[in-house]
Ligand binder design. Structure first.
Ligand SMILES: [Zn+2]
Length: 143
């Protein structure tokens, strides 16, 4: 069962992440889905339903993340923490490629998070191409 997230807390999380997925930066209003309030540290591991442990996540990032907190990095062959949307700066770990259709991992955390959350799925690249053509992508919010 999903924990209750108050309307006020939902508003604050949405504001913090500018209605974008905290991981892949997809803007919710470009999709036909409702984004989810994701527990960064899963409830199963003691994570609480508080602003500092919640982020806005698209349904796919949320599903692929699941209860993971450590993920393997293929380059260093070690398990590294997943990107933490409150403690880490997106731009320190990720960048857009030249066409803004693929996310590049700048660090082990960035690379491992991209792989674990499948942030560059072929479907996402295709839809990002359409958003770029519409001048709607990438989002401009900074975190
Ligand atoms: Zn996402």
């Amino acid at each position: 069962m999903k924990p209750y997230v108050s309307v006020e807390l939902q508003r604050r999380v949405r504001q913090r992440f500018a209605d974008c997925c905290a991981y892949c930066h997809t803007a919710e209003d470009l999709t036909a889905t409702t984004f989810e309030f994701e527990h960064i540290v899963p409830i199963a591991l003691g994570g609480e339903t508080t602003l500092v442990n919640l982020c806005l996540a698209c349904p796919m990032c949320n599903r692929y993340k699941s209860d993971q907190v450590l993920v393997p990095d293929a380059v260093t062959q070690t398990d590294v923490p997943l990107f933490h949307p409150h403690q880490d700066r997106w731009a320190d770990h990720f960048a857009w490629n030249e066409s803004s259709t693929e996310i590049i991992g700048l660090t082990a955390i960035g690379r491992a998070t991209i792989t674990a959350l499948r942030m560059n799925r072929s479907q996402m690249i295709r839809v990002r191409q359409m958003w770029v053509a519409m001048h709607q992508h990438p989002p401009t919010f900074a975190d």
